[in-house]
Write a protein that binds this ligand. Sequence first.
Ligand SMILES: Cc1cc2nc3c(=O)[nH]c(=O)nc-3n(C[C@H](O)[C@H](O)[C@H](O)COP(=O)(O)O)c2cc1C
Ligand code: SF4
Length: 418
Amino acid sequence: MPVTKILTAGIGEANLRDIGVYRERGGYTQWERAVRELRPSDVLDLAEKSGLRGRGGAGFPTGKKWSFLPSDKHPRYLVCNCDEAEPGTFKDHMLLEEAPHLVLEGMLLGAYGIACHHAFIYIRGEFKRGYEIFSAALEEARRAGLFGRNIFGTDYDLEITVQRGAGAYICGEETGLINSLEGKRGEPRLKPPFPAVEGLYGMPTVVNNVETLAYLVPILERGAEWFSSVGTERSKGYKVVSVSGHVRDPGNYEVPLGTSVREIIELAGGLRPGRTLRAVQPGGGSSACIFEEHLDWPYDYESMTKAGSMLGSGAFVVFDDTTDFVNAAYNLVRFFAHESCGQCTPCREGGSWMERVLERLVHHRGIPGDYEMLLRVSGSITGLNLCALGDSIEPFLKSVMVRFPDAFRSRIAEAVAR
Ligand SMILES: Cc1cc2nc3c(=O)[nH]c(=O)nc-3n(C[C@H](O)[C@H](O)[C@H](O)COP(=O)(O)O)c2cc1C
Ligand code: SF4
């Protein structure tokens, strides 16, 4: 399968961190064109017509999200979400480190598209290197007059603020992020009101993922039809997929949406010699597994949902026959239980209960009834929480418990027989 390079073009070949190199390759041309020749509504139209959907997890249509901003409430803000803590996802920090000007140009276009004058980027605390690289790129762009006051001699002003997180997964959830930006605890807010109406500092706010915003640059350059002509009926364009787990060449692979699950595994070098596939987690730690029978399914939002999972942020984790699914489930459940902000009882209590039961199983101390209890407890968490973190605890665990019950039951039987 041919390698696709849209956002990933030039990465590993040119020093895209250098503003000169980025500009030589056409960088910031679309930004200048937008400010000089287009109205914000033209950029919004392009985003809408391209069919671009959010690459941060939920897959919400980007142009539609922007159109929810009330026209009479100002100021309004754009926030670029670079928290990227979803287990298995590592595309945003690659873009931040390797193509910081592309990320910035995408943010500038997004800010212009919603006609705002102050945009923020929230960078996960652990991405120190990415933060430093992006901050240096930002300074280069500021010196070049690409943002600030009277951009390109027009009356359009735009300021950019960089904010570092402190390592909490929940600060990737858009309202937890907004609270954190305001200096409060990173706890998700009750919705509605949605950020588009009442977000940062109580004002209309759009939160978009790094990759979503970055795709605005090629969309402006090549047109909405170019983007929407690729992909499947409702999943348009390209996606950077973070492939990890039991493949020979883990890494970020950019593909047209609708590429088959099998082709993505092959792009990443295939399985290790002599190994067979057990499962794929196609949408990050929050997603259920899909299996061998889904190998020829298209990797797009609708197909992954139909397969009982989701495309999510595009973290694609491959599990071969060496996988210990009890351990894998314990790891993930422990992560979610640790990252729960504690506001909702099902998420806070249910997550830590499941963690304790799985810990028992991992350490060969399972007791009769643990299998049934795990399924029962996990089933009573989903759908009862303020944010999607609570609903993320069950999918992987349930999918592998149902598919590989013996892995769990034999662990319990061994412990009982001791
Ligand atoms: C627990 C949790 C963590 C999240 N982490 C991220 C993240 O790190 N990056 C991200 O872009 N979206 C994350 N999201 C999704 C955001 O809430 C939001 O939907 C997204 O930033 C919107 O951008 P998009 O429309 O461009 O996808 C997370 C959601 C939840 C529930
Ligand atoms: S679901 Fe969990 S993480 Fe989300 S608000 Fe409730 S307690 Fe916090």
